[in-house]
Design a protein around this ligand. Structure first.
Ligand code: NAD
Ligand code: 6OD
Length: 489
């Protein structure tokens, strides 16, 4: 169990940690439900100062730094995060309640890797050249140069705080932009700690700024309505994405939006049952179901349905709740009091709608941590496709399973959603795998896998799951302004 240390979270503006002049609020430990520190959030004038610092840095040394020098600094950042691995790990576990086994294998390593990946990407990024004939018989050469977009507002959620924040900050800095980050109010720690690392490796002041607070009428809205921010990159709920898009439309600022989902998993009769149970188990329950790519609608072909349900119920019952700092814990709490209220509200709705509970369905008692935000991994069946738990994003460790007969039926069910983030398809028939992956309207279709990431690939959502693609060259496209130079000679 983590020692009962208190923390005070400050803003990081122009290279200096400073108390905000906005609201002050308590930071809660999800495993105990008790406050363990406070956040001194940014006021409108603090956000002004952060944006001003970012603008000054852009016009100053950062804006003129050679790509090779930026690449070297990004690589140093990756090394420096790994050098402080345990500090990041502790901060992330304390804020989110996620088990050490997840944070140490996914969140913190990816936080560092994001800087390496985008250092590599910008180091070899090319642009186009076209030679053309001119009407007077001469020649012109067109080539493109890459310029930073400017000051980028980065607004982040709480489910994978360091991973998702650096996923945006790394390519933004690689392209020569400066950033003002607004982490989730629930998970302010690792973005703040990254400020120390930025200073330690010599990133010029003002390049990376962090402002804390909530969304509406708070730091989030102060940032998204600030006229001197050039573009916004956001990860979070679809409704929030709409508000950010509306704010960004003033001044015609571009947005990259990674939003919610209600992802479908499909298990065919010919799937390798053991591998499927392992993969689908992760897709439904990893990080206590708080992964945007997670599976909350599952369609299982009739021939394997009963055997699958039996194994799946065992999987759900096999998680071990406990102190997130304990290596043996495999299921942490939900992130906040607000979120447990939302998720348990859906558990109640499932009961009222007459769902059959195959596993879980309630809130466990965790010895010594009774006031934490715990909830059981849950499997339901028996509801129609229009039930709230089958259509709305819950963002908890739960899924609804429906049987199907034919491939076309599973595809139609998977596509019956306004969201289109991810799918996970389980089959040993290669032709069927290609057909199904091509037919489901999503940004990512995993076959016989889930959350297997190559950071060079396009990442994003279709429909109400987002706008744009990031990852690899696609991130560079969003975070840079390409200029065509046309030389007639
Ligand atoms: P959220 O939308 O409530 O909050 C995200 C961030 O936006 C927070 O920092 C919040 O303070 C800020 N915010 C809220 N209202 C705002 C406003 N009006 N103006 C400016 N900022 C505002 O999302 P969350 O609860 O933190 O995260 C969970 C959601 O994120 C889920 O819907 C999940 O699917 C989604 N998500 C999507 C992806 C993806 O890649 N598509 C990844 C992770 C999470
Ligand atoms: O792996 C990533 O790059 C990424 N953006 C993951 C998103 C996970 C959603 O919770």
């Amino acid at each position: 169990m983590k020692a009962d240390t208190q923390t005070t979270i400050l803003n990081f503006i122009d290279g200096v940690f400073q108390a905000g002049t906005g609201e002050t609020y308590a930071n809660y430990d999800p495993a105990t439900g008790k406050p363990f520190g406070e956040v001194l959030a940014a006021s409108k004038s603090d956000v002004d100062a952060a944006v001003g610092a970012a603008r000054a840095a852009l016009k100053g040394p950062w804006g003129t730094l050679a790509t090779a020098d930026r690449v070297a600094l990004l690589r140093k950042l990756a090394v420096a995060i790994n050098a402080r691995f345990d500090d990041f790990l502790e901060a992330e576990i304390r804020d989110t309640g996620k088990p050490r086994s997840i944070a140490s294998h996914i969140d913190i390593p990816r936080g560092a890797a994001n800087f390496d990946v985008f250092a590599n990407q910008i180091a070899v990024a090319s642009t186009e050249t076209f030679e053309m004939g001119t009407p007077d018989g001469g020649t012109a050469l067109n080539y493109s140069i890459r310029r930073p977009k400017g000051v980028i507002g980065v607004i982040c959620p709480w489910n994978l705080p360091l991973l998702l924040m650096t996923w945006k900050v790394a390519p933004a800095l690689a392209c020569g932009n400066t950033v003002v980050v607004k982490p989730s109010e629930h998970t302010p720690a690792t973005a703040t700690l990254l400020g120390e690392v930025m200073n330690a490796v010599g990133i010029p002041r003002g390049v990376y700024n962090v402002v804390h607070g909530h969304g509406k009428d708070s730091a989030g809205e102060f940032l998204t309505t600030h006229p001197d921010v050039d573009a916004y990159t956001f990860t979070g709920e679809t409704k929030t994405g709409e508000a950010i898009m509306a704010a960004a439309s003033k001044g015609v600022r571009p947005v990259s939006l990674e939003l919610g989902g209600k992802n479908a998993g499909i298990v065919f009769d010919d799937a390798d049952l053991e591998a499927t149970l392992e993969g689908i188990g992760r897709a439904c329950f990893a990080n206590t179901g708080q992964v945007c790519l997670g599976t909350e609608r599952l369609f299982v072909q009739r021939g394997i349905y009963e055997r699958f349900l039996e194994g799946f119920a065992k999987k759900a019952a096999g998680y071990r709740f406990g102190d997130p700092f304990d290596e043996a814990t495999t299921m942490g709490p939900l992130v906040s009091a607000e979120h447990i209220e939302k998720v348990s509200g859906y558990y109640d709705k499932a009961g009222r709608a007459g769902a059959e509970v195959i596993a879980g369905g309630g809130r466990p008692q965790v010895a010594g941590l009774e006031d934490g935000y715990w909830i059981e991994p849950t499997i339901w069946t028996g509801l129609n496709r229009d039930a709230a738990i089958v259509t709305e994003e819950i963002f908890g460790p739960c899924t609804h399973v429906m049987p199907f007969e034919e491939e076309e039926e599973a595809i139609a069910e998977a596509n019956a959603s306004p969201y289109g983030l991810a799918t996970s398809i389980w089959t040993t028939d290669l032709a069927r795998a290609h057909r199904t992956a091509g037919a489901i309207e999503v940004g990512i279709a995993w076959v016989n896998s889930w959350f297997l990431r190559d950071l060079r690939t396009p990442f994003g959502g279709a429909g109400q799951s987002g706008i744009g693609r990031e990852g690899g060259i696609h991130s560079l496209e969003f975070y840079s302004e390409l200029r065509n130079v046309c030389i007639k000679y």
